[in-house]
Write a protein that binds this ligand. Structure first.
Ligand SMILES: Cc1ncc(COP(=O)(O)O)c(C=O)c1O
Length: 411
């Protein structure tokens, strides 16, 4: 048996994997044009980027912002929950998903997952609905759809707005239609690692004009100005305006996006075919009806402890993270764990706005917690060659063989 690198053996992969190269001549040309216009505040490029984004998704409206977190925050702001209202969301996600809820003094309620895909389980979403539920905020994790038709059905039956966090799932088709267009609001991060990027940025789409109006205000201090300069700030709102330079870089990304998604899909499919027979592992599952854009490759390691596996894989020169964020997001966020959003207070948890006792400790989403113990996520990008993928597969097989016979992970 070949000795693992973490045990002093040779790493399987010595050179680094290719980096992303998302920006080309067109981004450069438009960025220079934006600069030469001497107007970076807001204007033609932002408007064009939003317009072309709506065309891509067949949506009526698109509102640009400074980040995916901001895109989610304006979506929650559009819904305008009361303090203490509950928003049902995902236990495995970036903190930006739940920050959007918390900043509006609402309370995140976590629905457990389908352990095969790590996406929210519609049955548990429905179980979590109470009289205080104000919205459902689903996450399409890793480039793979959650069961969005079931989610849309639940939202409709209960009269709840549905927000989709598509930050990891740009231009992913589910039953032939793009994610982000099933819900009332679709949110996208344009951060550097995303399939479409401006370095940082965000976009929210909606067909609902009332949401669009409120989001446009929400992302710009909620300011309304008359011709004579009198200002009205309609409600409490942050400043999340995208600038011209960012939008100029975003415009050419729209045309490239599907190529990026399709190449990542091929890479993920190849990796699945190469590791399908490795004992103790399960390749990434794809939700029926969905494409999988493999923002990262989420492998299940039922025969191994995920943390141990990820360490050994990193030793072999293949970058990987244990369970993507390590633990469910409610166990990562100090603000949630201590129920302390603002100052020293526990508002809205102890207030007239809720009579429920929330606890975000272990056991909140047992299926997610167990699934994450045995999950390794491998970041990929569209520049990887098939040989790079073969090296990843080789390292996975080596680690699976070298760690020892598949065994139960410690509880
Ligand atoms: C699922 C998900 N939601 C929200 C975000 C937040 O996006 P940003 O980092 O652009 O604020 C990210 C990005 O990391 C994400 O992956």
């Amino acid at each position: 048996m070949t000795r693992l690198a973490i045990d002093g053996g040779e790493p399987l992969r010595k050179e680094s994997f290719p980096s992303r190269t998302p920006f080309g001549e067109e981004e450069e040309r438009l960025a220079v044009a934006a600069l030469r216009s001497q107007e970076l505040y807001t204007g033609g490029f932002v408007e064009r980027f939003e317009r072309e984004f709506t065309t891509l998704y067949g949506a009526k409206n698109a509102v640009s912002t400074t980040s995916g977190s901001a895109a989610l925050h304006i979506a929650v702001g559009a819904i305008n929950p009361n303090p203490g209202d509950e928003i049902i969301t995902a236990p495995i996600t970036d903190v930006g998903t739940i920050t959007a809820i918390m900043l509006q003094s609402a309370i995140p309620v976590f629905a457990d997952i389908d352990p095969a895909t790590f996406n929210m389980d519609p049955a548990d979403v429905e179980r979590q609905i109470t009289s205080r539920t104000r919205a459902i905020l689903v996450v399409h994790l890793f480039g793979n759809a959650c069961d969005i038709t079931a989610m849309a059905d639940i939202a409709e039956r209960h009269g709840l707005p549905l927000i989709e966090d598509c930050s990891q799932s740009h231009a992913i088709k589910f039953n032939g239609r793009y994610l982000g267009t099933y819900g009332d609001l679709g949110c996208f991060s344009l951060q550097q690692s995303k399939s479409m990027t401006t370095g940082d940025g965000g976009m929210t789409i909606t067909d609902n004009d009332a949401y669009d109006d409120r989001m446009r205000l929400f992302m710009n201090k909620a300011v309304v100005q008359t011709g004579t300069g009198h200002r009205d700030y309609k409600f409490l709102a942050p400043t999340y305006r995208m600038n011209e330079l960012t939008a100029a870089v975003g415009i050419p990304q729209i045309e490239k996006l599907r190529h990026v998604v399709i190449r990542r899909q091929d890479i993920g499919t190849l990796l699945t075919s190469l590791i399908g027979d490795v004992p103790g592992l399960e390749p990434a599952a794809v939700t029926p009806g969905s494409e999988h854009g493999y923002w990262a490759y989420p492998m299940r390691t039922p025969g191994f402890d995920g943390l141990e596996f990820a360490r050994a894989l990193n030793g072999e020169g293949v970058r990987s993270t244990h369970a993507y964020i390590g633990r469910p997001i409610y166990m990562c966020s100090e603000a949630l764990k201590s129920k302390n959003y603002f100052g020293n207070s526990s508002f809205p948890f102890t207030s007239e706005f809720t009579d429920r006792d929330f606890n975000y400790g272990e056991g909140t989403c047992p299926v997610a917690e167990e699934a994450m113990r045995r999950m390794v996520a491998i970041p990929l990008n569209e520049n990887y060659s098939d040989d790079d993928v073969k090296d990843i597969a080789g390292a996975i097989s080596k680690v699976a063989g070298g760690i020892g016979a598949p065994r139960a992970a410690p509880a």
